[in-house]
Design a protein around this ligand. Structure first.
Ligand SMILES: *Cc1c(COP(=O)(O)O)cnc(C)c1O
Length: 482
C-alpha cells in the first residue's frame, strides 16, 4: 500500500490535507520495516509526534510539498527513531589537558575494573551472600579487607561518593552535637557541597575556629565544650591559602581528640592511595598517613586520584566504622553493585603498586613521559594539518595539563599538544571561526574536546593513548567543516 501520487510542484507549500493519516503513514513499506525492527509502540509514538509537528508547519504555511512525499516522510521518521534510540551518554576524546575532568566523567576505569564490572553484572553475584557460610553477607566485606590492607585501617565502609561519606560520618558520629572546624577549611566543592551546609544537613552544630589564614591548636582547645563530639579537618583540595598561614595538622589534633574523647575526622577529598611524590608529582596526603597521624575516621573519593569508580570511602577505627555502618542513613547512601565491582578490581591493582603506572589510566597519564606525549602530538600534526589548512593553522605547542577534580589545584604538569588558530587577516571573525571548529569537533561520532585560550584551540595529547581515535574521524571532520 502506498500514498496516492500527487502532482507535485516543487517549491510549493503543503496544505493540511496533503499530510497522510497516521494509519496510512504506518502502512508505508519503509515504516513497516521500522515497526518490525523496533516494535509498534515506538514507531507509532514517533510517527504521531512527527505528524503533529508537520501539521503545525503546514498551518503556518511553512511546510514544503516535498517534505510530505512518501520517501521524505519515511526517512524523517527513521531519523527521529534513530535520534531517540541513540545514547545520550557518549564516549568523548579528552584533549582538555585536565586528567580527572569532572564534566567528562572523572577517572577512567582501569581495564581490569571494566572487565570485572561487566562479568559481575552479566549474572547474579554474591553481593550480600557469604560463600563460606552460605548465609547473608555484607556488601562492605567485598572491599573492606582490601581497604584495610592498603591503608592500615582497622575497618572500612563505602558509600555512593565522598560527599555522602562526609555527610554520613558527621551525622553518625556527631549528629545533634558540636563539630569544630577551622575557618580556613570551610570548603565549597562545587554544586551544593559546602561544608557549613553539610554540617547542617548532618544535624550537627558547626563551631568555627581560627581565621581564614591562621588557626592554632589553642583555638580548637578553647572551643571544646561538653557538647563537642568531633574535630573536623577538611583538605582544601580546590584552592590554596598562601602567605602568612598556619593550620593545625592532624598529628597535633590527634592528641587533643584522644584526651577529650572526641572523634578526629579528616575529609581528604581526593586522597591518593600512594605517595605521588615517588613519581615526581606534587604531594597529596594519603589516608594511610592520616590514620597513622591518629585520625579516627578518614574519608576520600573513589573517582579522583584513586582512579576508580564514583564512590565514597570511609576508613578508620572499628568502633566508629561500626557506628557509621549501623546508622540508618547508610542504607540510603550505600554503594551500588556496579561501582562496587569496579572498586574492588581497582583496589586490587594497589596490591601490586609496581603495575599502577601501566594499568591505572589516571596514574599512567599523570606520569606520562613528555617525550611520549610529544610523539603522539607529532603523529597528529600532519593529518590534522591536511584537514584544517588553509582555514586553520596547526602547530605543535608546549602547554600545561592539570590534575583536575579539585586535586592539586595550583600545580601544572608540562605537556605537549597542538595549537590551532584560525588563519585570518585580522582579529575579526576569530571567535566565530573557532566556534565553527569546536562545534564540528563536538559533532563527531566520538566528540573531541579541547580547551580555548587566547584565541587558539589547544588539544593536549597527555590523555590520548592512540591517535587513531582522532584520525579515523578526520574525513567526517572535513565534511562537517565543508
Ligand atoms: C571532591 C571532594 C568532596 C566530594 O567528593 P565526591 O566524591 O565528589 O562526592 C568532598 N570533600 C573534598 C575536600 C573534596 O575534594
Amino acid at each position: 500500500m502506498s500514498l496516492p501520487e500527487k502532482s507535485v510542484v516543487h517549491g510549493s507549500k503543503a496544505r493540511l490535507q496533503d499530510l497522510p493519516s497516521i494509519d496510512k503513514l504506518l502502512r508505508l513499506p519503509a515504516v513497516q520495516t521500522a515497526v518490525h525492527a523496533h516494535g509498534h509502540t515506538l514507531v507509532t509514538t514517533q510517527a504521531r509526534a512527527m505528524l503533529d509537528s508537520l501539521r503545525t508547519q503546514a498551518m503556518n504555511g511553512e511546510l514544503d510539498i516535498d517534505a510530505v512525499q512518501e520517501e521524505a516522510l519515511s526517512s524523517s521518521l527513521a531519523e527521529r527513531i534513530e535520534r531517540m534510540l541513540s545514547p545520550r551518554m557518549r564516549r568523548v576524546v579528552n584533549l582538555t589537558g585536565t586528567v580527572i575532568h569532572t564534566n567528562l566523567g572523572r577517572a577512567v576505569l582501569p581495564e581490569a575494573a571494566v572487565r570485572h564490572l561487566v562479568a559481575m553484572m552479566e549474572g547474579p553475584n554474591n553481593l550480600e551472600y557469604d560463600l563460606d557460610t552460605g548465609s547473608r553477607g555484607d556488601r562492605d566485606s567485598i572491599v573492606e579487607g582490601l581497604l584495610c590492607e592498603i591503608t592500615g585501617a582497622q575497618a572500612a565502609t563505602v558509600v555512593n561518593n565522598n560527599a555522602a561519606a562526609v555527610l554520613l560520618s558527621i551525622a553518625a558520629l556527631a549528629g545533634g552535637r558540636e563539630v569544630i572546624v577551622s575557618r580556613g577549611e570551610l570548603v565549597e566543592i562545587g554544586g551544593a557541597f559546602r561544608m557549613p551546609d553539610v554540617m547542617a544537613s548532618a544535624g550537627a552544630r558547626m563551631v568555627e575556629v581560627g581565621t581564614t589564614n591562621r588557626t592554632h591548636l589553642a583555638d580548637y582547645e578553647r572551643a571544646i565544650t561538653a557538647q563537642t563530639a568531633m574535630l573536623m579537618k577538611v583538605h582544601t583540595s580546590n584552592y590554596a591559602i598562601e602567605g602568612f598561614t598556619s593550620a593545625v595538622p592532624e598529628s597535633q589534633l590527634a592528641g587533643l581528640a584522644r584526651e577529650r574523647r572526641l572523634v578526629l575526622n579528616s575529609d581528604l577529598g581526593s586522597g591518593s592511595l600512594i605517595d605521588l611524590g615517588k613519581y615526581g608529582l606534587p604531594k597529596e596526603p594519603t589516608p594511610q598517613e592520616k590514620l597513622a597521624d591518629g585520625c579516627g575516621v578518614v574519608t576520600f573519593s573513589g573517582d579522583k586520584l584513586l582512579g576508580g569508580p564514583q564512590a565514597g570511602l570511609i576508613v578508620g577505627e572499628r568502633e566508629f566504622i561500626q557506628k557509621i555502618r549501623k546508622f540508618p542513613m547508610k542504607r540510603a547512601l550505600r554503594l551500588s553493585k556496579l561501582p562496587l565491582a569496579a572498586l574492588e578490581a581497582t583496589l586490587t591493582l594497589y596490591l601490586q603498586p609496581e603495575l599502577l603506572t601501566r594499568d591505572l589510566p589516571t596514574l599512567r597519564w599523570l606520569t606520562r613521559p613528555l617525550a611520549q606525549i610529544e610523539a603522539i602530538a607529532q603523529d597528529l600534526l600532519e593529518p590534522l594539518h591536511t584537514v584544517l589548512s588553509p582555514r586553520y593553522a596547526v602547530a605543535l605547542a608546549s602547554m600545561s595539563s592539570q590534575v583536575g577534580s579539585g586535586s592539586l589545584p595550583v600545580d601544572r604538569l608540562p605537556s605537549v599538544g597542538l595549537a590551532i588558530a584560525p588563519v585570518l587577516p585580522g582579529k575579526r571573525g576569530i571567535g566565530s571561526a573557532l566556534e565553527t571548529l569546536l562545534a564540528a569537533l563536538r559533532s563527531l561520532p566520538q566528540p573531541i574536546i579541547g580547551r580555548i585560550t587566547d584565541d587558539k584551540l589547544y588539544l593536549d595529547c597527555r590523555c590520548l593513548d592512540n591517535v587513531r581515535v582522532v584520525t579515523v574521524q578526520l574525513d567526517r571532520l572535513k565534511e562537517l567543516l565543508a
